[in-house]
Every structure is written in structure tokens, then in C-alpha cells.
Ligand binder design. Structure first.
Ligand code: GRF
Length: 221
């Protein structure tokens, strides 16, 4: 059973999807959840599931390196082999990533490389795209620039509010992240020549499509 550490800063609905996946026939266990925000609801979700939930503030260490050393030490103390960022609002430094070489995944609410950084959903709405979605990628030292593992697509209506689109994308995220984490912990995911290589299991795909995307016929605002 592979031990996974989850890093987050917020509500933790993706954490919940991973916790729920781990309840079933899943080859991983969430060994620890770490938040840089004390009030993150994700910590509550972890506690409710009996998972160690640890607040490590990003301030007060004197340096980013010291904060990240504490992160690494805590992850190692819990036997973690893979790290899943799930709404973790800090950029991880090259030094941290060297300690976890191609062992850190992230989920981003946009079809990368479009709309990296803050609020991918609002960026998609502002750009007027018709298709939006989420990406799971390996973390490198850029902002949402690491090798893409798999993506999930849904539709955008011109009349969508940010919350409409956010909710539709989140629903897809909750399917995408457990699927990608399974690939990782089963040893079927690696990076070669700067690209993610996936050994697909029967029935798996690197693109999940919201069935409503195919039915949707956006007609203008
Ligand atoms: C998600 O939209 C994820 O893609 C992004 O941060 C958000 C986290 O949401 N990285 P939650 O805390 O998992 O609900």
C-alpha cells in the first residue's frame, strides 16, 4: 500500500475525492494531510476520516527553505512516497522538488497550458472559450508548467457565472485526480524527456469528457 501525502490550503473537495477513492479498492492510503492555512476545511475532512491533519504555516520560519524542510520532514515522518497538491496555494521550490523527484502531482482547474496561475475558471470565462476543464500534472518549479498527465473537459456556457463553471470543473476534477493518483501509485506514471509517460490500464484514458459537453450547444449570451 503506497502512502500519499496531500498538501492543501482550502476546502479540500479534491482531498475528499481522494479519501473516498481510498476507501474502496485503491492501492494507496492518505498518510497525512498538511495545510499552510490553519482554517482550511480540508484539515477537518482529514480529521473526520482519521487521517493526521497538520497545520504548517508558511510564515515564521525565516526562509522558504526552512518551511519546505518542515514539509518534507513531516511527509517523510509519515512514510509518504507520493505527494498530491490539492489546492495548495504555495509554489514549491526547486530544492523541495529535488527531494521529491517527479513525485509531486497537482490538479489545476484549466486545460493547461491555457490559463495557469490564479483563477483558471475566471480566465477561461474572460477568454470566451467553449471548452474548459482540469489538468493533473507533475509539479515543476514553474506555475502549473510541469508535464501534463491527464485532462478532463467540460463545456462553458456564455451565460455561466464563475461559480457555475467552477462547480462543473470540480465535478470533473473529482474523477480525474483519483484516476491519476492510481496511475502514480501503481508505478505506471513517470516523466521521460520532459513529458509524462503513462502505462494505461484497460479502460483508462488520458482525457475524461463530461457527457454534457457532447450534448451542450452553447448559443450565446
Ligand atoms: C481546485 O479547483 C483545484 O483544481 C485547484 O484548487 C482548487 C481546490 O479545490 N488547484 P478543493 O480545495 O479541492 O475544493
Amino acid at each position: 500500500m503506497t502512502q500519499v501525502g496531500v498538501l492543501l490550503s482550502g476546502s479540500g473537495t479534491n482531498l475528499q475525492a481522494l479519501i473516498d477513492a481510498c476507501c474502496g479498492d485503491f492501492p494507496a492510503r492518505i498518510a497525512v494531510v498538511i495545510s499552510n492555512k490553519k482554517e482550511a476545511y480540508g484539515l477537518e475532512r482529514a480529521r473526520a476520516a482519521g487521517i493526521p491533519a497538520i497545520h504548517i504555516p508558511h510564515r515564521g520560519w525565516g526562509s522558504r527553505a526552512a518551511f519546505e524542510s518542515k514539509l518534507s520532514e513531516t511527509l517523510r515522518d509519515h512514510g509518504v512516497e507520493w505527494v498530491a497538491c490539492a489546492g495548495f496555494m504555495r509554489i514549491l521550490s526547486p530544492a523541495f522538488l529535488r527531494e521529491w523527484p517527479w513525485r509531486v502531482l497537482n490538479i489545476h482547474p484549466a486545460l493547461l497550458p491555457a490559463f495557469p496561475g490564479i483563477d483558471g475558471q475566471a480566465q477561461a470565462l474572460a477568454a470566451g472559450v467553449r471548452i474548459a476543464g482540469a489538468s493533473v500534472h507533475f509539479v515543476d518549479s514553474g506555475t502549473d508548467t510541469g508535464p501534463i498527465v491527464a485532462q478532463a473537459a467540460t463545456f462553458v456556457n456564455p451565460t455561466d457565472s464563475r461559480e457555475d463553471l467552477l462547480g462543473r470543473i470540480l465535478t470533473m476534477e473529482h474523477k480525474l485526480y483519483p484516476m491519476c493518483l492510481r496511475m502514480a501509485v501503481e508505478g505506471r506514471l513517470q516523466v521521460k524527456d520532459g513529458a509524462a509517460k503513462v502505462d494505461l490500464a484497460p479502460g483508462e484514458a488520458l482525457l475524461l469528457v463530461d457527457p454534457a459537453l457532447l450534448a451542450a450547444q452553447p448559443r450565446g449570451a
